[in-house]
Ligand binder design. Sequence first.
Ligand code: SF4
Length: 249
Amino acid sequence: MIRVSDITAYLKCPRMCYFLNNGHELIKEPNVDYVQRLLLKELALTYGSALMTGDTLSALNNELDRVSEEIRVIYRSELAGVDDSALANAASGVRNWLGDICPNLSYDFYALPCESDTALRSDKFGLAGSPDKLITIGDELVPSIIKAGSMPENGVWKSDRVQLTAYAILVEAIYNRVVTRGFVEYARWGTVREVTIKRHERRSVLQLRDRVRKIKEGFMPEKPRDAPCERCGFKGICDVKSTLASRFF
Ligand code: SF4
């Protein structure tokens, strides 16, 4: 079974996908940027309920206090090397963004009924994963993902589009209905962008699934020229020579 997260790892770097599938743990340096992303991701799950209170800024400040208290329970290993003052410093940075986030939050979007973290699995397609939300709009089921990183000037990042397309394929397989769109919630700005699910990306998801399957069978892909090695937690083990077979992969 290929997970949608395997496909997103492949898009970052195929070798990263190889290491993750061969028992290596990705060590991320817990710098302030990383901790802020974790806090934002959790906080974004409360944007809807904060909006409904009528005083969004106060509600998000309270939620941020709660999230700061509870975040270690959710991200135990990721935050193991982060002391309390570093966590407080990261939370203070997030607090400074709340004034920019609040005016962008859309009542129409956050009032839509949704389920969080619905586990989706299709034996037929050999694919599984959990979108952050599955939103109901009339007869439609629309996957939505929360991203705590940067937001492109227009549209969404390619990896976000592919991830949503993979969830769309899963929703269609399980609920037997057509999915024409998805959403990306860029948490740092409180901005939601709609994505049309396109045919060529459906094809891409199936091709990527097949490539990940080969990696799971033991093929090590070549190092891509534009791989993000500088920031990669695998760079210490990534000088492994590729096999002859992988060159034809
Ligand atoms: S070190 Fe570079 S090539 Fe190796 S897994 Fe990381 S990003 Fe990919």
